[in-house]
Design a protein around this ligand. Structure first.
Ligand SMILES: [Fe+2]
Length: 222
């Protein structure tokens, strides 16, 4: 069985304290090369680490690898702050990418709910791969929609996405998609991370102050 983290067991996600490190210049996401890749809506992705360091968005399994040991692409040269951010997590990482999401509606987001394929080829004795999000644009009225059951709105959680929001999601367990009213595209950094002691340490280090729920809402409400 894969190693999983108890801190993610109850809910399948953790909202961390907001990122307070060196500011990420706009150029570190607006200046990257994006590729046509649809996942969870009208999206494009900028690969920063890929299976072999090539500019591609495909799963690592295409190259016989689990979603770990990502290699920096040429985009990494343009976003040193983000590269440092990922390395400072101190966890074995796989895919590192920026998602660009064009505006959508709540109904679109629900239609786009999906599970990620994070653990293909992941050896049983190694840690379960989950994903971390770092919100780059300031979209406090946009939400990460999570559901335990795809068609059951009562299992829904909404996490608002102001700039610097950090969250870890077991995105192979929870159905997810972003609801982003816009008007401008939303950008976020998404990193695949291996569960284990190092990830636990990072989550503990980045824990939100007690009682600060980050505006998270439970249950579907329009
Ligand atoms: Fe996803």
């Amino acid at each position: 069985m894969h190693v999983k983290l108890d801190v993610l067991e109850a809910q399948g996600y953790a909202v961390l304290r907001d990122y307070a490190g060196p500011p990420v210049p706009d150029s570190e996401w607006s200046g990257l090369e994006y590729m046509e890749w649809k996942s969870g809506g009208d999206t494009n992705f900028a690969p920063i680490a890929s299976a072999l360091g090539e500019m591609e968005c495909a799963g690592f399994w295409d190259h016989g690898k689990p979603d770990k040991d990502g290699m920096w692409t040429k985009n990494a040269e343009i976003c040193p702050t983000l590269v440092r951010y990922v390395e400072d997590i101190g966890v074995r990482y796989g895919r590192v990418r920026i998602i660009k999401l064009n505006p959508n509606t709540y109904e679109d987001a629900v239609r786009n709910l999906h599970l990620d394929d994070n653990n293909r080829l992941n050896p049983e004795e190694e840690g379960w791969v989950v994903r971390a999000w770092l919100q780059l644009t300031d979209d406090p009225d946009s939400y990460m929609i999570l559901r335990e059951e795809k068609d059951d709105p009562s299992t829904e959680t909404r996490i608002p996405m102001p700039r610097n929001r950090q969250m870890v999601i077991d995105s192979e367990r929870l159905w997810h998609a972003s609801w982003h009213p816009g008007p401008n595209p939303r950008y976020a950094l998404i990193t695949s991370l291996e569960s284990g002691p190092a990830l636990r340490r990072w989550i503990e280090r980045e824990e939100r102050p007690n009682g600060d729920e980050a505006g998270v809402q439970h249950g579907a409400m329009k």
